[in-house]
Ligand binder design. Structure first.
Ligand SMILES: N[C@@H](CCC(=O)N[C@@H](CS)C(=O)NCC(=O)O)C(=O)O
Length: 237
């Protein structure tokens, strides 16, 4: 049985980490049975980040490598019918979401007062004292370093929001009125896009990026469609 190690569910979503939610969405899309360990065991993660999986005695970290492993070993491939050009587009948008938009959203969650209040409560609120005081401060310090190392954190707040909004424009324009990212059938990029959009649209942290995404007529219906398809329950309000 595949075991998915991830953070606990949060903000009313299957996961408050878009990378963890991407894998759970993908497993459902691919129809693979799995179990979850939601204890947020970052310390046991081979690369110090979640998600990672255990599958038949092997540990694999990083959502991209996890999917490659599962495709290779379980005989399922939601991308089997895609053309080379569609695969290239999937890769480019995956990078946009994971390596760029993600960091602008990290800023809104961890470094804006309202975002930080909600993030601290959701991620650390259940911890006993004194960990509840120490761990959030340490985690925040680590995130600040990562945001600066990436480069996003060196922009002004307005610049970060503008950059995130441009990513949303590209996603909305590329999706258009198609039911799935590549047309009539779901593929891996739908798991990724859904996880990142849900973690923006359905998280109670306001930002210009969230407002920009919510104003796109196609993004919320898309998110609801993928959520219903994969999780079989009505999406969060
Ligand atoms: N490239 C990794 C990124 C995973 C990632 O950034 N996970 C974050 C949560 S969204 C994490 O575990 N952060 C813990 C930390 O930075 O200490 C993937 O695709 O899985």
């Amino acid at each position: 049985m595949i075991r998915l190690y991830q953070f606990p569910p949060g903000f009313g979503l299957p996961n408050a980490s878009p990378f963890c939610m991407k894998i759970e969405t993908w497993l459902r899309l691919a129809g693979l049975p799995y179990e979850t360990d939601n204890r947020g065991l970052v310390m046991r993660a081979p690369k110090g980040k979640l998600p990672f999986i255990e599958d038949d005695g092997t540990r694999i970290a990083d959502s991209g490598f996890i999917i490659e492993h599962l495709v290779r070993t379980h005989g399922v491939d939601p991308d089997a019918g895609l053309s080379d050009a569609q695969r290239a587009t999937s890769l480019a948008f995956t990078r946009l979401l994971e390596e760029h938009l993600y960091w602008a959203v990290v800023h809104t969650r961890w470094f804006e007062p309202e975002g930080w209040r909600r993030t601290r409560e959701t991620f650390f609120g259940a911890m006993p004292l004194p960990m509840r005081l120490l761990v959030p401060a340490l985690a925040r310090r680590g995130l600040r370093r990562q945001l600066m190392g990436h480069g996003m954190g060196r922009h002004s707040r307005d610049e970060m929001m503008a950059l995130g909004c441009r990513d949303i424009d590209a996603v909305a324009d590329q999706l258009g009125d198609k039911p799935w990212f590549h047309g009539d059938r779901p593929s891996t990029i739908d798991a990724t896009l859904h996880a990142f959009l849900a973690n923006l649209l359905w998280v109670p942290i306001d930002s210009p990026i969230k407002a920009h995404a919510a104003a796109k007529p196609n993004l919320t219906p898309y998110c609801q469609r993928v959520h219903t398809h994969c999780f079989g329950t009505p999406p969060p309000a």
